[in-house]
Design a protein around this ligand. Structure first.
Ligand code: NIG
Ligand code: FE
Length: 413
């Protein structure tokens, strides 16, 4: 499809445009707009209109638009947005899994020099070309499972040079892959073995790394892991405020094991606070007041065998809830967004509207993206079609019903 070609795609049994929904808070399924026997007009990489197939077909005949005819029953949704991943890494952490099921905790493994630092060693050993190859394979899988936008963090380099290598790999894959990658600098993932002072390390990253990211167009987002084994609240706040002053959007790995980090996210005016398994009423209220998106990561709970973040409470407390995979080699190696969202939805009693919004329009909000996440005029034509005539089948089948057709920026994948 070139820039000026207009194409009518359809008919779809149902289209869920995910537009006109409240930006935050609980959602009832009745609030979902479900268009029956509908079509979508696409011009270049954008959507022109979504509506009744019969009407659009008449217009298409008059105007001689191209037609992409959908023969089987299909339900169309916006492409999924995975707002939190660490899929640029070398090696495996299968040994961590064995240690954890034998009774060691994630934090114990980290304290003994394994965990994240093990992936740091393996990622430093990998060449740029090796990282590009591994990242590309993971992007292929994600795109075929319906993810059309994916955030990717650095954070296994932990020196200026190695963080640049990771972000360069992300930039290279983004340039050549259909999937849109949103890079985030997570140089503040952990204190690397070469350093003993968190504050000094963060100062170095602020002075030596962040300006280079801007000069080379490598990232516009900065993240930090606030936890006993990573960075303290006070040093995190200082770092994030300085990053923000440089013009970065900021986000926080918060409240994963203890209630630390959501306060920093609120005070720093972060776009999102992610994890939040340990958050309670107080943390939810802080995030709500500051307008921070809550991105929960059921894949990390599944990987570590721990409870989920209190997603129901968060929605009832008025938060904008996004669900992401946290796909990483340690706590969340699975990386299946739809499956994880369906499982969290069942466990936390989320409505279909809440779960679908959390992986589309509200996940886009978690990345501060306004050009995607719903199907409306002017938005990117990132669309996925499931082989069913009833949208309720999608989460009911717990992620085993995969999209049969995918369009990225108007192009059929
Ligand atoms: O989001 N919690 C910190 N960071 C990652 C895990 C990364 C790893 O274990 O390699 C997370 O779960
Ligand atoms: Fe993470």
């Amino acid at each position: 499809m070139n820039k000026t070609t207009t194409t009518l795609i359809g008919p779809f049994s149902q289209i869920l445009p995910m537009t006109d929904l409240p930006k935050a808070g609980a959602l009832k399924d009745e609030q979902l707009q479900v268009l029956e026997r509908a079509g979508v007009l696409v011009q270049g990489e954008k959507i022109v209109r979504v509506g009744s197939y019969e009407q659009l077909h008449r217009e298409a005949m008059e105007q001689q638009y191209e037609l992409q005819f959908i023969q089987e029953p299909m339900v169309l949704l916006p492409g999924l947005v995975d707002a939190h991943t660490h899929i640029c890494f070398g090696g495996s952490r299968a040994n961590d899994y064995a240690l954890r099921v034998a009774g060691k905790s994630y934090l114990d493994i980290a304290r003994s020099g394994g965990g994240i630092l093990d992936s740091v060693r393996k990622t430093r050993e990998a060449t740029l070309v090796e990282l590009v190859t591994l990242l590309k394979q993971r992007c292929d899988r994600h795109l075929h499972e319906g993810v059309t936008t994916c955030e990717v963090k650095s954070g296994y380099g932990l020196t200026v040079e190695e963080e640049l290598k990771m972000l360069e790999a992300i930039k290279l894959v983004n340039r050549h892959h259909r999937l849109d990658l949103i890079p985030t600098c997570l140089a503040a993932h952990m204190l690397p073995p070469e350093h003993s002072d968190g504050s000094l390390y963060l100062q170095e990253m602020l002075k030596e790394l962040l300006p280079q990211l801007q000069e080379q167009g490598l990232a516009t987002r900065v993240d930090i892991f606030v936890e006993e084994t990573a960075f303290k609240e006070a040093e995190a706040l200082e770092y994030l405020l300085a990053a923000k002053a440089l013009g970065f959007d900021v986000t926080v790995h918060a409240d994963q094991f203890s209630t630390s980090g959501s306060k920093v996210a609120a005070e720093a005016g972060a776009v999102s606070a992610d994890h939040l398994e340990a958050s309670g009423d107080e943390e939810i209220a802080l995030l709500k007041q500051a307008g921070v998106v809550a991105t929960v990561l059921p894949g990390a709970s599944l990987g570590l065998g721990m409870h989920f973040a209190p997603a129901r409470k968060m929605l009832d407390g008025g938060l904008c809830l996004a669900i992401a995979t946290d796909w990483n080699p340690g706590s969340a190696p699975m990386g299946d967004l739809l499956l994880q969202a369906a499982i969290l939805g069942a466990a936390e009693k989320l409505s279909t509207a809440e779960t679908l919004a959390a992986v589309t329009t509200r996940a886009a909000a978690a990345l501060n993206l306004t050009d995607r996440g719903c199907l409306a005029k002017g938005k990117l034509a990132d669309m996925i079609a499931f082989p069913t005539n009833n949208y309720k089948e999608i989460l009911y089948l717990q992620g085993k019903l995969k999209p049969a057709k995918i369009w990225k920026r108007g192009q059929h994948v």
